[in-house]
Design a protein around this ligand. Structure first.
Ligand code: SF4
Length: 285
């Protein structure tokens, strides 16, 4: 564990300022993400250096289709998340308390990229925002070694920490889970507004692509999806959008999204955006 960034004392507790939940954390307790804990009046990042997953991935798997295409990226994941999506596809590391892991300091994480003869690193699998101190240090070190950096995130992060991250992150894939604040609140335990703000802040400062997981009977209303497409287009029609197929996972038992829904959504999206892709459907892009 390591002393956390972005918090202040508030009476007998600590206010975490890393993400829009702004948890007020009493002594001995942790925030909603479970990875930032008040120990005797200091906030600690409990998952610093905790690695639950390491993988060599095609960059297109992140998914990023317009950043270093055809390359392989060394991907790292930790544990914890600041959202609680019912359909989480990685719940074993994002939601369960103590998944198997190794401890690895930032310099080792970078050395492994060099040993593999690769030139990029991704923070992914769980939510990088709640792994902030490790991600920031490792990304800064990556820059010193001319290694490109990728962050695959839900975008639920406050402005100041995101600005600091932008100083050392080359590319983002942001999950824009829906254009409905009610969906964010009910299904994900979050809010829409901060995610839109994060996208606006990143645009123009780093490469950005967006992923929307289309969940059968939840966020697959085509009129609502078109609002989301229009909003992205209002920022930049060139932002690549990945419409990803949902499969039942974690607490969500709805059937897998119909492929016809994804095809129709893509057709609608292409009225507004230049680069739209279907994901999670073999043979269709
Ligand atoms: S990062 Fe974690 S502790 Fe901090 S405000 Fe967000 S959920 Fe709460």
């Amino acid at each position: 564990m390591k002393t956390a960034l972005y918090w202040e004392k508030e009476k007998d507790s600590i206010r975490c300022q890393l993400c829009p939940h702004l948890c007020l954390i009493a002594d001995g307790k942790a925030g909603r993400c479970r990875e930032r804990k008040n120990v005797d009046g200091t906030l600690y990042a409990m998952n610093y250096g905790v690695i639950t997953s390491v993988g060599l991935d095609p960059i297109e798997k992140k998914p990023l289709y317009h950043f270093m295409p055809g390359s392989t990226v060394l991907s790292y994941g930790s544990r914890g998340c600041n959202l609680s999506c019912s359909f989480c596809q990685n719940y074993r590391i994002s939601m369960e308390p103590n998944p198997p892991h190794i401890i690895m300091p930032p310099d080792e994480a970078i050395q492994k990229v060099k040993d593999e003869n690769l030139s990029s690193i991704a923070f992914t699998y769980n939510e990088p925002t709640v792994w902030y101190e490790f991600v920031l240090e490792t990304a800064r070190l990556a820059k010193e070694h001319q290694i490109r950096t990728v962050c695959v995130t839900n975008g639920f992060i406050n402005k100041e920490p995101l600005e600091e991250l932008l100083g050392c992150m080359d590319a983002f894939n942001i999950d824009l889970k829906s254009y409905s604040d009610a969906f964010y609140r009910k299904i994900c335990g979050g809010r829409l507004g901060p995610v839109l703000n994060a996208i606006k802040l990143i645009h123009g400062k780093a490469h950005i692509e967006i992923t929307t997981l289309v969940v059968e009977n939840e966020n697959d209303d085509l009129e609502e999806l078109e609002e989301l497409f229009k909003w992205i287009a209002s920022i930049d029609t060139g932002i690549a959008l990945h419409l990803s197929r949902y499969f039942p996972s974690y607490k969500m038992t709805n059937p897998a999204t119909k492929i016809e829904t994804l095809i129709e959504a893509k057709r609608l999206a292409e009225k507004h955006l230049d680069n739209v892709y279907i994901g999670n459907v073999p043979g269709i892009r």
